[in-house]
Design a protein around this ligand. Structure first.
Ligand SMILES: Nc1ncnc2c1ncn2[C@@H]1O[C@H](COP(=O)(O)OP(=O)(O)OP(=O)(O)O)[C@@H](O)[C@H]1O
Length: 378
């Protein structure tokens, strides 16, 4: 089944309700697995399934279908993913617009080969949820992924016979704002929408420091550096330990030089477990050479103060079938500003959108669609 609908129509809310009702009515509640295409979106929908990448073992898509299947069948490390696949009757994937055709087909391939070769997805019921007018998949040449939408896959057409479209916007209730988000998401700019967007170019009412949404990592980094300089207190610098092909390390999200101050907002850059996921935001509460403690308040975590240690990030070339570069660093970056890609699926209290360098289809619509109304969007 495919569930579509523009931003804020309650798609993620519906997923939570489906999972809740499944749990109520079915003793084998683990049979339903709620996943998403990004870490933060997976936390947003709850359910503990994590990302579709971490649920299935496809990870960052570095392995070929055959290599991955071999690992699933033979490696102890992959036992957990095989168990996930074998124990799932219904798989839900939120923010489907960001799943590429290549990765969609890879998940299908491993499910089919592990469960039942005669059935698509090995017979697992699949519910995909999202809005194809939002952000598309990110292409990755090194992993031979062109970033084509998953609906282009012939398997997508074969599998999904039922399509539901949610039409009532629940996040915002101002008609002109909802219309503007819808127009912009579809790449249209009629005069009334143009005027409405122009009218947002003014100061926000007094309140908490709003998060800034930028199109490119570079713009976030510039803004974050300036905000850190403005903060009071001593600055700590952590230099990454790099190995391998240096030019390829620019692809990694984790900074070579990480600058932090007590009290600064940060974002997690790696899925550490099903709750501590890529995209989670918190505030630094203590710093030592070995650990950075972050308070992930406003999350569903039972313990919100978490000690973060350095992690290894690798760049893998599917062409060469090997890791070609690595970086050891705290999996954190400053988060006064985050990219629009990281914000997809979130509802934010206040936001400033930097629309100067928008480059992907759907990017501006996603950004302004994060808040509940015009009053809190600049
Ligand atoms: N049926 C509902 N009743 C009450 N509140 C709802 C309902 N559906 C959604 N909401 C609220 O509206 C907001 C947006 O919902 P949600 O995040 O599920 O939308 P979405 O379609 O997934 O958005 P996006 O495409 O931006 O990810 C949330 O704050 C959610 O709690």
């Amino acid at each position: 089944m495919v569930v579509l609908g523009q931003s804020g129509t309650g798609k993620s809310y519906l997923i939570k309700e489906i999972a809740k009702s499944f749990k109520k009515n079915n003793e084998k509640s683990s049979g339903v697995q709620v996943t998403a295409t990004t870490g933060i979106a997976s936390v947003n929908v709850g359910g503990g399934g994590g990302t579709i990448h971490s649920w299935s073992g496809i990870g960052d898509g570095r392995y070929s279908n055959e290599t991955l299947l071999h690992k699933l069948e033979n490696s102890d490390h992959y036992e957990v993913y095989k168990h996930n696949i074998k124990s799932t009757q219904c798989l839900i994937i939120d923010e489907i617009s960001m799943l590429s055709s290549k990765l969609f087909e890879q998940v299908e391939y491993i499910c089919r080969h592990i469960l039942d070769k005669s059935l698509i997805f090995g017979g697992i019921q699949v519910i995909v949820v999202g809005d194809f007018f939002q952000l598309p998949p990110v292409p990755d040449q090194l992993k031979l992924d062109s970033g084509e939408h998953c609906f282009r896959s012939p398997i997508f057409k074969q599998l999904f016979k039922h399509k539901f479209i949610l039409t009532n916007v629940m996040r915002q209730n101002q008609e002109d704002f909802v219309k503007a988000i819808n127009d912009i998401s579809r790449g249209e700019l009629p005069e009334d929408t143009h005027n409405m967007i122009k009218s947002l170019s003014r100061k926000l009412p007094p309140g908490d420091d709003p998060i800034r949404l930028c199109a490119r990592n570079f713009d976030c980094e510039m803004y974050n550096s300036c905000k850190l300089i403005d903060m009071e207190g001593g600055e700590f610098e952590f230099n990454a330990v790099d190995e391998g092909n240096n030019s390829k390390l620019e692809r990694l999200p984790v900074p070579k030089h990480l600058h932090l101050k007590l009290g600064c907002p940060v974002m997690l850059l790696k899925n550490l477990n099903a709750n501590l996921v890529n995209g989670l935001r918190g505030v630094v509460t203590s710093i030592s050479t070995e650990t950075v403690t972050v308070n992930f308040k406003n999350t569903n975590l039972k313990v919100t103060q978490v000690e973060i240690k350095k992690e290894m990030f690798t760049v893998y070339s599917s062409v060469e079938s090997k890791v070609i570069a690595s970086r050891k660093q705290f999996p954190l970056c400053l988060a006064f500003s985050i990219t629009i890609h990281k914000s997809q699926g979130l509802t934010l209290d206040r936001a400033v959108v930097d629309a100067s360098c928008i480059f992907a289809p759907g990017q501006l619509g996603v950004a302004i669609g994060r808040v509940r109304g015009k009053k809190v969007c600049k």
